[in-house]
Every structure is written in C-alpha cells, then in structure tokens.
Design a protein. Structure first.
Length: 137
C-alpha cells in the first residue's frame, strides 16, 4: 500500500550549482550525497520538514537522467511514493493495468528498493515506488 510521498526527484546538469540553489531555497544543507552506479547517477538529498528532495545528475551519457535532460531540460524527473511491500504493490499496479519499467525491484539510493511506473501509465509522470531495505539481524 502506498504510504506517502517519499521524495521528489529533480534532474540537474550541475550538482554543485543545484545544491547551492536548494541550500538557499530551503535554508539548510544537503544531508547526503550518494552515487547509484547501476543507474549512472549521483544524488543529493535535502530534508524540508518531513519531505525530501532528491537532486540527480548523470555520471555518463548512458544515464536516464542525461537522456531526460537532453529531451526535456532540467526539472522535476519523478515523484516517489513509500510503500510497505514493494512486491505486493508492483503486483497490484500490474493488475490495474500499469506498465512497470522493471520486473523486479532494484537497489536505489537512500537504502531503498525501487521500481518505476512508466509515465505513459500515469499521465506523463514517472512514478517511483520505494521500500526501505530492512537489515538482516
């Protein structure tokens, strides 16, 4: 089940410049940077109250972020929703006719399992499902 908006992802060309803008806008520094090598992106996260903003910059031309910026320019790339059980939510969305970009969830930034819903299924908005990875004890 979808719990809440987890974060909003914003595609940028220059992470340092974007961080400086968002530090001024939100009046706080980014709390972490993280590379997701499998997706060819470097991310930077900000908190604003209970909400998160994720800045994403491509680390090479094979990145979906690079392709997005080439086609649409910088700006909102996706909206992410936190879910309790990503596998169950993927099954539910498939049964409702949504097209998923992955058959299985992948490891994403910020200690999450992620899966994306094709924007053609959601009125042009790329939707990300996120589930916190629980550490094995």
């Amino acid at each position: 089940m979808i719990q809440k908006i987890e974060h909003i992802g914003i595609a940028v060309k220059d992470l340092n410049a974007a961080e400086a803008i968002y530090e001024k806008l939100l009046n706080r520094p980014a709390y972490k940077r993280e590379e997701v090598a499998s997706e060819h992106v470097l991310t930077s996260f900000f908190m604003s109250g209970p909400n998160k903003i994720e800045l994403l910059v491509a680390t090479d031309e094979n990145s979906a972020i690079h392709k997005f910026i080439e086609k649409k320019g910088e700006g909102i790339h996706h909206i992410a929703f936190a879910v309790d059980d990503i596998y169950a939510e993927m099954d539910r969305l498939r049964s409702e006719g949504f097209v998923l970009l992955h058959e299985q969830p992948k490891k994403g930034a910020d200690n999450k399992l992620v899966c994306f819903v094709h924007p053609k299924s959601s009125h042009g908005v790329l939707v990300e499902l996120c589930q916190e990875i629980q550490e094995e004890i």
